[in-house]
Design a protein around this ligand. Structure first.
Ligand code: ADP
Ligand code: MG
Length: 265
């Protein structure tokens, strides 16, 4: 973990000048709106993820969940609002975005491992290229995380030799190898066969219990029930619900959320 001053020096960028910076908030999404041409995909979205907290985002297909999570680490631009990661503005011109992004782990629905590289090479590539680590340092780190996701025996294999669940655990280990200050997940289990979902969720639950700050798009409500501090429900580009796990599962929620949940729970 790097301290605040190093963080600012290393990444340039701006601390918020709009008064929304808070030392306890790791991911601060503040009134984000985004358009694709004439189509408004996000409207006035606000969400705060405190350090060490887990926020789960759910909602119907096309509601803007992937778009929202991609704006957080600058994979998608936005036209209005502000996003701060540990006080650094994602949208500010002065911010070294590739560097900032390298410290925000992202795990997608599809594992996106490099098929022509071994598992260990998948784990070391960005550490060497982006963080400038030596090969031995990167391998040590990579093997450590591979062990943590229970796959150290597979270091020399290629992605195609692993099951979907194993590949997704490698993708998580790869993200962790970059020493992320937060992890973003976009439906990490939705492309998996049912029998492989649990092994990936278990890794995520462990990560959450260790205090990782996480923002997870998922419809795995068992996971949400176990580790989520807050649950966001999106519909048509709006954050319709943003409440504590207790509130959410107690049933105090909008008709749209109720209707959606009745179909997935
Ligand atoms: P979700 O992840 O909740 O299913 P998305 O964020 O992927 O939703 O998409 C939200 C809406 O934005 C959808 O209507 C989708 O068709 C639209 N959309 C997503 N990406 C693009 C794009 N690159 N250009 C235009 N429209 C897009
Ligand atoms: Mg999506």
């Amino acid at each position: 973990k790097i301290d605040e001053t190093t963080w600012l020096n290393e990444f340039g960028g701006l601390v918020s000048n709009s008064g929304h910076a808070s030392p306890d908030i790791m991911i601060n999404v503040n009134k984000i709106s985004k358009w694709y041409g004439d189509f408004q995909v996000l409207t006035d979205c606000t969400a705060h993820v405190h350090k060490g907290d887990v926020t789960v985002i759910c909602g119907p297909s096309g509601s803007g969940k992937s778009t929202l999570i991609k704006t957080v680490n600058g994979l998608e631009a936005f036209q209005q609002g502000e996003i701060l990661i540990d006080g650094i503005s994602v949208g500010a011109k002065a911010t070294d975005l590739p560097k900032l992004r390298s410290r925000v782990g992202m795990v997608f629905q599809h594992f996106e491992l490099f098929p022509h590289l071994s598992i260990l090479e998948n784990l070391t590539l960005a550490q060497i290229k982006v963080l400038g680590r030596s090969q031995s340092e990167a391998q040590k780190k990579g093997l450590g995380y591979l062990d943590r996701v229970g796959l150290s025996a597979h270091a020399k294999k290629y992605p195609a030799e692993l099951s979907g669940g194993q590949q997704q655990r490698v993708a998580i280990a790869r993200a962790l190898s970059m020493d992320p200050i937060a992890m973003l997940f976009d439906e990490p289990t939705s492309a998996l066969d049912p029998e492989m979902i649990q092994e990936v969720l278990e890794v995520m639950i462990e990560l959450a219990n260790e205090g990782m700050t996480m923002m997870c798009v998922t419809h795995e409500m068992g996971f949400a029930r176990q580790v989520a501090n807050r649950i966001i429900f999106m519909d048509q580009g709006h954050i319709v619900e943003n409440c504590s796990r207790e509130e959410f599962f107690a049933g105090a929620r909008s008709e749209r959320a109720k209707d959606f949940l009745s179909k997935i729970l």
